[in-house]
Design a protein around this ligand. Sequence first.
Ligand SMILES: [Zn+2]
Length: 139
Amino acid sequence: MIEYYRFYEVESLISQGKLKEAAEELRSLQKLYLELSQENSKLKVQLHELEEILSISRNIIFDGDAYWLISGGEKQGPFCPKCYHANGDLIRMHVYKKDEFNLKTKWVCPHCSFSAEPDVDLDTGKAPSQRAKIIPFMQ
Ligand SMILES: [Zn+2]
């Protein structure tokens, strides 16, 4: 912390003609200023990291199978719940279609191999029973 009164001391030393002492005091203040600038930069980086963590925690949702991040109005994911719970890592799971009609998908984490078989199709966001139209076979 720079004590503001020290600048007045420099001014006083100069007015008294003590230029050598004033220059010494200015070098000391310069060193303090550089230390404060470095600390300020470090704190700004920490603040940015914490703001990102806070933003993620406010925009992440769990649908029962995986985590999803809402960013810019878009739903991104699925992210592995096991990795997120272990250390907060958002690892995007690979999506595999299980059948030719894309009615079932399987999500697999490339990091920990956790897998989920959600009952929701990624293309429609609806469970197969919700998007299927039931056509009576016979009346
Ligand atoms: Zn994982």
